[in-house]
Design a protein around this ligand. Structure first.
Ligand SMILES: [Mn+2]
Length: 567
């Protein structure tokens, strides 16, 4: 009986939830009436509709109006693809029955193949982006796509989305750099599509050298690097070319939306993120600092970013060459985005994410291809080169965070150091101060002291009670006897020694540290510890009573604390 009632209750709740969801979607797709602020508050309770299942928390929290890109038009096809036989291209490489659809590409190949070469996707931009205007004379770009054994369906969808969703006059060419894939036909056949060129490496070179090759072959003055499993969204290109045209030292990237590796759903990424990293040079998406967020009253404004993710960006060709292209001694993949980002910022440029430019990308959990020297070793070699060339003395924090990098070979960096001198680049300290002040210098290893009185040590028992107890060092010194003396505080973790009143005889206890709290301020005076305001001294009140403050009396044993450093 109870079970029946419970089942009914769950059913009713489920139905209510579904109805609520539909109501919300209907509300949100009504023509514009709602301003962004009012719709975001109404969306608050429904946040989880989209954006669930995001491993990185990057997915957008609220649902935007459901505007989708224009549906593919059949009459366009002939013009777009020329002599290219799409059906033959795709059907000659189908997943065999029973084959693991994730094995070869680390995404669901069956689902990608089933989708076909084009589809309408949600326009994930803020609605205000649609009314942006661009110079009529924007310069065209060369799109550079490097790949190694990419699936035919994802590669073709990348190319077709570019051709369909970019103003044709802005695409001078699409350069495919085939990094020694097993089947040379993948690239060769695609070059039958108008504007598409194919370059094939004679051996595996990796992403970095492949991109440099593609860039050298490009004829446009603006380079657009694109990953090989993307779908570009409505008007993705114009905002980026506009920004670079206005200032050639800008290097810009889109917001990278998420294409699900399982079902290929196109999901909006949050517009409040930028690229960041920790001292081990591990890239992460992070929230824009709160002051910048508050100052953003226009959601179409560019977002300054300390680093870019690296897969998709636009750069002026002359600027790319001036800055030294890439470090071509880096192998396969990884770390090149740090090297490029540090170089751009430190040598006079800037990095931006443009929220009105959106490109979907299939984020994967593993690399589907081999690293000849192993994944970890390659990443360490590449990031170590970036750290050695660009991080000055701050590289010590990289090594501290990634001890395994020490002693690993990374080749000669002489030419990159020469480049850094030639370009007269700023220091890494400048970068930290001006570009990424949020990256904090790791705290120095804290030094602890024992506060000894004769053979006894000051010890805490919880927060309230303090006392003297036998000093213990085996098996190790207990946390309750370790003190950190950072004038004017006497700390134990984030608790501080504080007096309870300013009169002699007042008890002493531990409380959360607060640098403004005068009850927590002490000063060493000979062997004594004097409270700064009251002028009274820490006293153990023999025999081993709870410590209190008392009139300072030089040489008295109960006021003598010998701080003894322990390491
Ligand atoms: Mn990728």
């Amino acid at each position: 009986m109870m079970r029946r009632i419970r089942a009914n209750a769950i059913l009713i709740l489920t139905v209510a939830w579904i109805l609520g969801t539909f109501y919300y979607l209907w509300q949100d797709s009504k023509p514009s009436a709602s301003s962004s602020s009012s719709s975001s508050s109404s969306a608050g309770s429904q946040q989880k509709i989209h954006g669930q299942k995001s491993s990185s928390g990057r997915l957008e929290e609220r649902t935007l109006p459901l505007i989708v890109t224009r549906a593919p038009q059949l009459e366009q096809q002939g013009q777009l693809l020329g002599l290219f036989d799409e059906k033959a291209f795709l059907s000659s490489k189908q997943l065999r029955p029973g084959e693991d659809p994730y094995r070869e590409h680390a995404f669901n190949l069956q689902e990608s193949d089933r989708l076909g070469s084009e589809r309408a996707i949600r326009d994930t931009r803020h609605y205000r982006c649609a009314s942006m205007t661009f110079d009529p004379d924007l310069p065209p770009t060369s799109i550079i796509i490097t790949f190694h054994n990419e699936a035919r369906s994802t590669l073709l969808r990348t190319i077709k989305s570019v051709l369909m969703r970019s103003p044709p006059h802005l695409i001078l060419e699409i350069i495919l750099v085939d990094d020694f894939s097993s089947d040379p036909e993948d690239c060769r056949l695609l070059s039958q599509i108008p504007k598409v060129r194919c370059l094939r490496n004679e051996r595996r070179e990796g992403l970095i050298r492949s991109r440099v090759r593609g860039a050298s072959a490009a004829s446009a003055s603006i380079l657009t690097f694109l990953d090989s499993h993307c779908e570009v969204n409505t008007d993705w290109l114009q905002p980026m070319i506009q920004r670079v045209k206005e200032d050639h030292s800008r290097v810009v990237s889109p917001i990278i939306d998420v294409i699900s590796l399982d079902n290929f759903a196109y999901l909006a990424a949050s517009a409040d993120l930028r690229g960041g990293f920790d001292w081990s040079l591990h890239f992460k998406w992070e929230q824009i600092p709160i002051e910048q967020k508050m100052a953003r009253n226009d959601p179409t404004q560019p977002i300054r970013t300390p680093v870019i993710a690296g897969g998709i960006f636009v750069i002026e060709k002359g600027w790319f060459n001036h800055l030294g292209q890439y470090d071509t001694h880096m192998d396969i993949w990884g770390g090149e985005n740090f090297e490029l980002s540090f170089r751009v910022w430190m040598c006079g440029g800037s990095l931006e994410i443009l929220p009105c430019s959106r490109v979907g990308h299939v984020f994967r959990k593993r690399h589907p291809y081999d690293f000849p020297e192993g994944n970890a070793l390659t990443y360490i070699k590449n990031t170590r080169r970036a750290a050695e060339v660009w991080m000055d003395d701050y590289k010590q924090y990289y090594y501290a965070a990634r001890p395994s990098a020490q002693g690993k070979a990374f080749g000669s960096i002489a030419d990159r150091l020469a480049l850094k001198r030639k370009l007269n680049c700023n220091s890494f300290r400048w970068y930290l101060e001006n570009v990424y002040p949020e990256l904090k210098i790791p705290e120095q290893e804290e030094a602890y002291s024992l506060l000894k009185q004769g053979g006894l040590c000051l010890e805490s028992h919880g927060t309230d009670s303090l006392g003297l107890a036998e000093c213990r060092s085996t098996p190790s010194i207990p946390a309750s006897q370790k003190w950190t003396l950072i004038e004017p505080q006497i700390r134990q973790h984030d608790l501080c020694l504080a007096i309870t009143a300013f009169t002699a005889g007042s008890k002493v206890r531990l409380e959360p540290c607060n640098i403004k709290e005068s009850r927590q301020k002490w000063k060493p005076r000979g062997p004594a510890l004097q409270h700064m305001i009251s002028g009274l001294c820490l006293d153990s009140q023999p025999p081993s009573g709870p410590p209190a403050i008392a009139q300072c009396r030089p040489q008295v044993a109960s006021q003598s604390w010998e701080p003894q450093l322990v390491t």
